[in-house]
Design a protein around this ligand. Structure first.
Ligand code: GDP
Ligand code: MG
Length: 177
C-alpha cells in the first residue's frame, strides 16, 4: 500500500461519482486502506485519498476524490472534476434507481471533465446477489453503447475493486505513454 519514500512518476486524479449510498466511500476505503465499514458515515472533510502503485515499473500515485455528500443532481462542483483523468461511475446493483440515474451522471461528467477522461461504470454490492435489481447485461450493453469500461464489484468482499482501479489507471497510463 505504497511507500512514502519512493519517487513519483505520475499523479492521476480519479473522481468517484454516483448516487448517495451506492458504496463510493467504501470502494475507496477498500482500495486506499483495504478497509470496509458496514455503517459508513457520510464522508466529512476528506477530499481525496491516495495510493501509490507500480505500473510498468513506474510509480503512479492515484489520487482518488470522493464526494462529501454532494450527490444531489448538479451539486458536485466543477472544481471536483478539474484535472481528473479518470472517473468511476458507481451504481448499486440492488437499487434500480441508482442505475437509471447513470445517464445524468455521465452527462454531468462529460460537461465538466476533459473529453479524453477514462470512465468505468461500476455496479457495486454483488455480495447482495439475491437482491439484484439491475441485470449485468443491461449495464454491459449501456457501457458498450457509451464506450465505458464496466465491472461489477463488492467493496464488502473486496471483489473486483483492485481490478476496477487498475483498469482505469492502466488505461490512463497507456494514454500518457
Ligand atoms: P456512498 O454514499 O456512495 O459513499 O456509500 P457508502 O460507501 O457510504 O456506503 C453506503 C452503505 O452501503 C454503507 O452502509 C456501506 O457499508 C454499504 N456498502 C458499501 N459497499 C457495499 C458492498 O459492496 N456490499 C454491501 N453489502 N454493502 C455495501
Ligand atoms: Mg460517501
Amino acid at each position: 500500500y505504497g511507500d512514502a519514500s519512493q519517487k513519483i512518476d505520475y499523479v492521476f486524479k480519479v473522481v468517484l461519482i454516483g448516487d448517495s449510498a451506492v458504496g463510493k466511500s467504501q470502494i475507496l476505503a477498500r482500495f486506499a486502506r483495504n478497509e470496509f465499514s458496514l455503517d459508513s458515515k457520510a464522508t466529512i472533510g476528506v477530499e481525496f485519498q491516495t495510493r501509490t502503485l507500480l505500473i510498468d515499473h513506474k510509480s503512479v500515485k492515484a489520487q482518488i476524490w470522493d464526494t462529501a455528500g454532494q450527490e444531489r443532481y448538479r451539486a458536485v462542483t466543477s472544481a471536483y472534476y478539474r484535472g481528473a483523468v479518470g472517473a468511476m461511475l458507481v451504481y448499486d446493483i440492488t437499487k434500480r434507481q441508482t442505475f437509471d440515474h447513470i445517464p445524468r451522471w455521465l452527462e454531468e461528467l462529460r460537461s465538466h471533465a476533459d473529453k479524453n477522461i477514462v470512465i468505468i461504470l461500476i455496479g457495486n454490492k454483488t455480495d447482495l446477489e439475491d437482491q439484484r435489481a439491475v441485470p449485468t447485461e443491461d449495464a454491459k450493453e449501456f457501457a458498450q453503447k457509451e464506450g465505458l469500461f464496466f465491472l461489477e464489484t463488492s467493496a464488502l468482499q473486496a471483489t473486483n475493486v483492485e481490478n476496477a482501479f487498475m483498469t482505469v489507471l492502466t488505461e490512463i497510463f497507456n494514454i500518457v505513454n
